[in-house]
Design a protein around this ligand. Structure first.
Ligand SMILES: C[S@@+](CC[C@H](N)C(=O)[O-])C[C@H]1O[C@@H](n2cnc3c(N)ncnc32)[C@H](O)[C@@H]1O
Length: 224
């Protein structure tokens, strides 16, 4: 939480907090913990709602369902509404796209984003590394895309990996900087030549996932 975010949190009239089901209860809990720690405005109305499941109907239907819930909760609401976004909404987050839907449906509002710390920043800080080589490019991508083909960039940042996509790249050519639960008490980080530490990362990931019931991890592959 940046100082700017704490200030903004204390000026909103409404705060929407998603409940994401038992497996991700820890994440909703974290949002509650943030409110307990930083929210000092007794007038703020905290509204919890059940996040719809993303099913076979696809991402468009899922966004439409979330938009419908927000519209229902905020019907007749006046003033400002706060949404706590994980990291920053600029990176693999659909909050702003869902707001686009509400605007397209005729809801009149303006929006303001308070920049947050993305998982990539947390990763770079944890390993005390720059993401890019001097004057170099960084490609930010997903585990699924990495499996489909290794990008040409000398630095590849991988998010949303359901597990093990780094095992599909030529291990001798890359160093890996990996981190899970970054910024949280259960944070784990491993770095080194992919050929040497890849197996250890896969094991640590599986064990942590089994222990906590969920995992979020991110990594940088840097060409050697
Ligand atoms: C839906 S995206 C959200 C990204 C987020 N908006 C951000 O700014 O980082 C979720 C992915 O972000 C990464 N991620 C988010 N938080 C993380 C954390 N605390 N530690 C490690 N990876 C994280 C993981 O790759 C995860 O699969």
């Amino acid at each position: 939480m940046t100082v700017e975010a704490i200030r903004a949190l204390n000026t909103v009239d409404w705060l929407l907090i998603p409940r994401k089901g038992a497996a991700k209860a820890e994440l909703a809990e974290l949002r509650r913990a943030i409110c307990e720690r930083f929210l000092e405005n007794p007038a703020t109305r905290i509204v919890e709602f059940d996040m719809p499941e993303r099913d076979a109907a696809g991402v468009e239907a899922w966004h439409a369902a979330i938009a419908a819930i927000w519209r229902g909760l905020l019907a007749g609401a006046e003033g400002s509404v706060g949404l706590l976004v994980w990291g920053d909404p600029a990176l693999y987050d659909s909050t702003l796209r869902i707001l686009d839907r509400l605007a397209a449906d005729g809801l009149a509002f303006s929006r303001r984003v308070i920049p947050g710390i993305t998982s990539l920043q947390a990763l770079a800080a944890r390993h005390a590394i720059p993401l890019n080589a001097i004057g170099g490019a960084v490609q930010v991508t997903t585990g699924r895309r990495l499996r489909a083909g290794v990008p040409d960039a000398e630095a590849i940042a991988v998010m949303l990996d359901a597990g093990g996509a780094f095992e599909t790249v030529p291990a001798e050519d890359y160093d890996i900087f990996w981190g899970a639960y970054l910024g949280m008490p259960q944070e784990i980080a491993v770095a080194g030549p992919l050929a040497e530490v890849g197996g250890r990362i896969a094991e640590a990931r599986a064990a942590a996932r089994a222990e906590h019931g969920w995992i979020m991890d991110v990594y940088l592959l840097r060409r050697r």
